[in-house]
Design a binder for this molecule. Structure first.
Ligand code: DGP
Length: 115
């Protein structure tokens, strides 16, 4: 399994603006923000895409990622007005980094459908 830029961020080999960290989850600001608040929430273990997620194995990890998203949304002051959580998967999903990541976007009115 190939190492991604996110593995280097987890190991603190390259810098990122980290906003949340636990033993299993890390969250940092997206380098190319698409909204006033744009944070990536990632597991510390390498899972390339959502396709490799298995409910039995990863349930608690996913729960932690959603807990982190809710906590960060509160910390960033976007919880009450609402926000968007997105996992891109594979080429058609627009995934660029093959280490699963939840995008937390907020601070403006989101549009639908997405591009
Ligand atoms: P996706 O297209 O869903 O794979 O999103 C990947 C996101 O990762 C994209 O919004 C830009 C962000 N990104 C890529 N490289 C870096 C980096 O080195 N640092 C940070 N903070 N974000 C990055």
């Amino acid at each position: 399994m190939g190492e991604t830029i996110f593995s280097k961020i987890i190991k603190k080999e390259i810098p990122a603006e980290i906003v949340y960290e636990s033993d299993t989850v890390l969250a940092f600001r997206d380098i190319n923000p698409q909204a006033p608040v744009h944070i990536l929430i990632i597991p510390k273990i390498e899972i390339p895409t959502v396709r490799e997620i298995n409910g039995l194995e990863h349930a608690s990890l996913l729960g932690e990622m959603y807990d982190a998203a809710n906590q960060i949304a509160k910390d960033e002051g976007i919880s009450e007005n609402g926000f968007r959580l997105v996992f891109n998967c594979g080429d058609n999903g627009g995934q660029e980094v093959y280490h699963i990541h939840m995008h937390l976007l907020g601070g403006r009115q989101m549009q639908w459908p997405p591009g």
